[in-house]
Design a protein. Structure first.
Lengths: 326, 264
């Protein structure tokens, strides 16, 4: 059964006095996949470890699974499945023994255990590798074993701590699709921590963007992308151009600008450099702003340096820059 | 055949010479232990008579050395593994200090440690006279080797994350320790154990100070036989010692290789 999670006033100060997490409130709906996104040191892993029970919140903080207060419970009693960046598979056990470990600890009878292990290995497409030693697996296979191991115990919550970071780009993409399929198929409440915004956009029902131990914004990927609440969020997710109009600073996404014939344009700019990326070309142009403006075009031609281009910005795409977070 | 430069032959000759320098005395000693009369030489005939004499005279020291070594092993396992675990879990400036302090008994001469033990516990007659007194000295001397050997493997396998993973799957501390931690640090435990047994078996310095006539160990007995027995008996005794210690040393090499591989 999927549970809802409620973090109430959860902060974390380490014994040496560093404040990893300002007291925050987070509500996660049952069955929701929530991605916690932010640069390293923003407190996202601490947040995950508080939900897991690997860290306890500072006095006054509470962690609720549905209405049950689990704050005093250690991790082994919380029924959470956890997937680590470093896989954390047990080297002294085979793939099947790893997946079955949580069931063995729970004293499942052997037959049911084997059945469940077979089912889980099938779920992550590793049906034939049960007898392998874990050091004979590739990184992608290891992480799928870790997923199967975490899900085998039917956890109330699935927690993923940068699960794809140790993999190379192609595998990352592949496993991301697989995780997405799994999470929506299982309907389990999941919390996914990452510093990679494309992973966050692809996987999250909602995203929590964190900065310096605080929540900068919570929202759907669309909300976060199109209506960033702070300048930090705007710059951290995707590319954001900035221009000054009538003494105020505005911003817009590269895909909201088009190259148009002279006359119907909003901006006039000179090409600084162009990057041919196959399906499109990315241009950096100088429109007199502090930083170059990035635009994308699918036109099949060369873009010589210093050529003058005319840009039209889609109506409504121009956003005022939000004030810095207090 | 290809012609080797002169330098090659010089280097080979020097190497063989150094090897001979080290090995020949050991070989001569072994030979002396099975020779009828060393002063006449091998032509007097080979015999196991001296080995037999050693057995009747000194078998108690051999057994004592074996059980002191095993008791030392048991104590260092019981103290060393939890200590290494605690150090591995609480990595900080303080634990690194403690790791450094742990090497102190190795650096201090065995005689000095023995003297300290005698000053402190010498007045407890029964304790002073029993083999347990030697056991305490051996534990003091070998414990650091056990702790460091186990700790090295614990730090190499990212114990903390493995344990967190096991805990997330519902394993209690006891289940994690027995099912995940111990099996994964086994190479370190094996290497540490062989080291402890070898060191305890061969320890002379400190044991010589701590022993009583009724608690002689093999190396102490060896010194005794060199001083007061005929040369052939001392040599036969050495032969027995080598037969016991060499397999341990070979095992130690093998275990150290396994630790290297587990860390790679």
């Amino acid at each position: 059964m999927a549970v809802a999670i409620h973090l109430e006033n959860c902060g974390k100060t380490f014994p040496d006095g560093t404040r990893a997490l300002e007291p925050i409130d987070v509500r996660i709906a049952a069955g929701e996949t929530i991605v916690v996104l932010g640069p390293s040191g923003c407190g996202k892993t601490t947040l995950l470890r508080i939900i897991a029970g690997l860290e306890s919140p500072d006095a006054g903080g509470r962690v609720l699974f549905d209405t049950e207060d689990v704050t005093p419970e250690p991790i082994e009693q919380r029924g959470v499945g956890m997937v680590f960046q470093s896989y954390a598979l047990f080297p002294n056990m085979s793939v099947a023994e790893n997946v079955g470990y949580g069931l063995r600890v729970r004293k499942w009878p052997r037959e049911e255990r084997e059945q469940r292990v077979t089912e889980m290995l099938g779920l992550v497409d590793l049906a034939k590798l049960g007898a392998r030693r874990v050091d004979q697996l590739s990184g992608g296979q290891k992480q799928r074993v870790a997923l199967a191991r975490a899900l085998a115990i039917r956890p109330r919550v699935l927690l993923l701590d940068e699960p794809l970071t140790a993999l190379d780009a192609k595998l990352r993409e592949q496993l991301r699709v697989e995780i997405d399929r799994l999470l929506s198929h299982l309907g389990i409440t999941s919390i996914y921590v990452t510093h990679d915004q494309s992973e966050a956009m692809a996987l999250g029902d909602r995203i929590i963007v964190m900065e310096k131990g605080r929540i900068a914004q919570t929202g759907t990927p669309q909300e976060i992308y199109h209506h960033p609440a702070t300048a930090f969020v705007a710059d951290f997710i995707g590319t954001m151009n900035r221009i000054v109009r009538d003494g105020r600073e505005f911003m817009f996404r590269p895909e909201d600008a088009r190259i148009v014939p002279a006359g119907s344009h909003d901006l006039e700019a000179k090409v600084i450099s162009s990057f041919f990326l196959g399906d499109h070309t990315r241009l950096a142009v100088d429109a007199g702003a502090a930083a170059p403006i990035i635009v994308e075009t699918t036109e099949r031609r060369e873009w010589p340096r210093d050529e003058t281009v005319y840009l039209a910005i889609a109506p409504g795409a121009l956003l005022p820059v939000p004030g810095e977070a207090p | 055949m290809r012609v080797r430069p002169l330098r090659y032959w010089l280097q080979l000759g020097l190497t063989l010479l150094v090897c001979a320098f080290l090995v020949v005395p050991v070989f001569m000693s072994i030979l002396a232990g099975v020779t009828q009369n060393y002063f006449i030489g091998v032509k007097s005939g080979l015999t196991l008579r001296w080995v037999g004499e050693v057995w009747t005279l000194y078998s108690d020291t051999i057994w004592r050395s074996i059980y002191i070594a095993l008791a030392t092993l048991a104590v260092t396992l019981a103290l060393g593994i939890p200590a290494a675990y605690a150090l591995a879990r609480a990595q900080s400036r303080w634990t690194r200090w403690i790791e450094e302090l742990l090497t102190l008994p190795i650096a201090v001469p065995g005689l000095a440690t023995a003297l300290a033990l005698i000053l402190l516990y010498g007045q407890w007659r029964d304790f002073r006279a029993s083999w347990l007194f030697i056991l305490v000295g051996h534990v003091l001397f070998t414990l650091p080797f056990m702790v460091r050997s186990v700790l090295a493997v614990m730090l190499a396998v990212d114990l903390r994350t493995l344990e967190e993973a096991a805990a997330s799957l519902g394993a209690s501390f006891r289940e994690r320790f027995l099912g995940v931690i111990l099996p994964n640090v086994r190479p370190g435990i094996v290497a540490g154990s062989l080291m402890v047994v070898t060191l305890s078996m061969g320890e002379f310095n400190m044991t010589w100070m701590l022993h009583t006539p009724l608690t002689k160990t093999l190396p102490v007995g060896l010194a005794d036989s060199y001083a007061s027995m005929r040369l052939e008996i001392g040599s036969a005794y050495t032969l027995i010692f080598l037969l016991m210690i060499v397999p341990l040393l070979v095992g130690l090499q093998w275990a150290a290789g396994r630790v290297e591989r587990s860390r790679a």
